[in-house]
Design a protein around this ligand. Structure first.
Ligand SMILES: [Zn+2]
Length: 397
């Protein structure tokens, strides 16, 4: 019989008694001393051939890093009910900022449109999706430096990251409420998706995928490093030993690459166009399998190279989770991605990846990342619908 200790001291800080959802995470840390007594508690020896077990709970101090404490205390891991599917969405995802968002190359309401479409075709409902929580500072500090998070209080810094000079004129308190806070919901969604994938074998965050942000800097419209945070959190809690990050957004995923330089637990497969942003030579050192797709590659060559590459990846690295950064800026007509995949090619790409994950029995968590056309939401919704029709995922309203 185990006994839960009242609290765990770590780095001169005490974590409150765990909630039910965290019980399994810390139960192994709780101390129970089952002492075999060869004499009775009152001084009388037991009869020959019998023994008594005396339980003596002992208070102890467990030293953990601040990151471990934060991971243990997070509320971003969410339960999932029988009526729900592991699709994560929050109405806070869409950026609405007095109309300014319409001048950005990104469709800032694509996430809501994807969800709306999947509701219209009765594959999801408000009640069947999982609603994420906002990542708090203590969560973000698992991956980000304090200096970087402080820098986000300067509107100029945020303006550089989102590449909109006008943002520098907006008071930082408004920026935090109408932009940064929404991005923190996306981060919570990616963390929740990665955790739920381990339970349900798959999960989809309709948002997230900010793969240019790293611990100490943002860039390319990416403010928070949601993928890095989710993976680091799972490592800290010993929920996974090895992870594949499969990044098929058209741009090099230099953010998570910088965060996992020299980390043998992470195998990064980056399928990207080397002719476009960010040309991050240092980050390339973290790529375990780079698949460079030149501009105008098209469906047939793209899908063939992706499948061949992934076959060899699964042969040399056994992972507990695939984080699938499924950007749609490889779609034909994208002003930034330039890879010229048709909508059918994007749908086939996602189907291929989910099928490979299923065949190798590896849980997969998908995030939607980049895509710079006004109708990206259609191909994302069509792809999720196709995954359902091919029985690679299971949705219901
Ligand atoms: Zn991209």
């Amino acid at each position: 019989m185990n006994r839960i200790c009242e609290g765990i001291k770590c780095s001169r800080q005490t974590i409150p008694r765990p909630t039910k959802s965290k019980y399994y995470l810390i139960s192994h840390l709780c101390i129970t001393n089952n002492r075999m007594a060869d004499g009775g508690v009152d001084g009388h020896r037991n009869e020959p051939g019998t023994s008594r077990i005396e339980q003596s709970p002992i208070k102890t101090t467990v030293h953990m890093s601040k990151e471990e404490c934060a991971a243990l205390a997070t509320n971003l891991f969410l339960p999932i009910g029988d009526h729900q599917v592991p699709v994560i969405f929050h109405s806070e995802y869409d950026v609405k900022f007095f109309g300014i968002e319409k001048y950005h190359v990104f469709d800032a309401s694509k996430w809501g449109k994807v969800f709306q479409r999947l509701k219209e075709i009765q594959l999801l409902s408000d009640h069947s999706v999982v609603e994420p929580r906002e990542a708090k500072k203590r969560d973000l500090r698992i991956v980000h430096t304090a200096a970087y998070l402080n820098s986000l209080q300067c509107s100029c810094e945020v303006a550089k990251i989102v590449e909109m000079p006008i943002v520098a004129m907006i008071p930082c308190c408004l920026l935090d409420r109408y932009l940064l806070k929404r991005m923190r919901f996306h981060v919570g969604g990616t963390v929740a998706a990665c955790r739920l994938a381990l339970i349900k074998n798959w999960a989809i965050n309709i948002g997230g995928g900010f793969h240019h942000a790293s611990s100490s800097r943002g860039g390319g419209f990416c403010i928070y490093a949601d993928i890095s945070l989710a993976v680091k959190m799972l490592f800290l809690l010993n929920l996974v030993n090895k992870v594949i990050i499969l990044d098929v957004d058209a741009h090099q995923g230099n953010g998570h690459e910088r965060d996992f330089l020299d980390d043998p637990r992470v195998f990064i497969v980056d399928v990207y166009n080397p002719d476009i942003y960010p040309h991050d030579v240092e980050a390339k050192n973290a790529i375990s399998r780079g698949v460079e797709m030149r501009s105008r590659t098209g469906d047939i060559a793209y899908l063939s190279m992706l499948e061949t590459s992934m076959d060899t990846v699964f042969g040399e690295f056994s992972a507990d989770l695939i984080v699938y950064n499924a950007g749609t800026d490889s779609l034909m007509g994208d002003p930034l991605g330039r890879l010229d995949l048709t909508p059918h090619g994007i749908v086939a790409r996602d189907e291929l990846v989910f099928r490979l994950a299923q065949e190798h029995s590896i849980p997969i968590a998908m995030v939607t990342s980049g895509g710079y056309q006004q109708d990206n939401w259609k191909v994302i919704a069509d792809s999720i619908k196709n995954l359902h029709e091919k029985k690679l995922i299971y949705l219901h309203p």
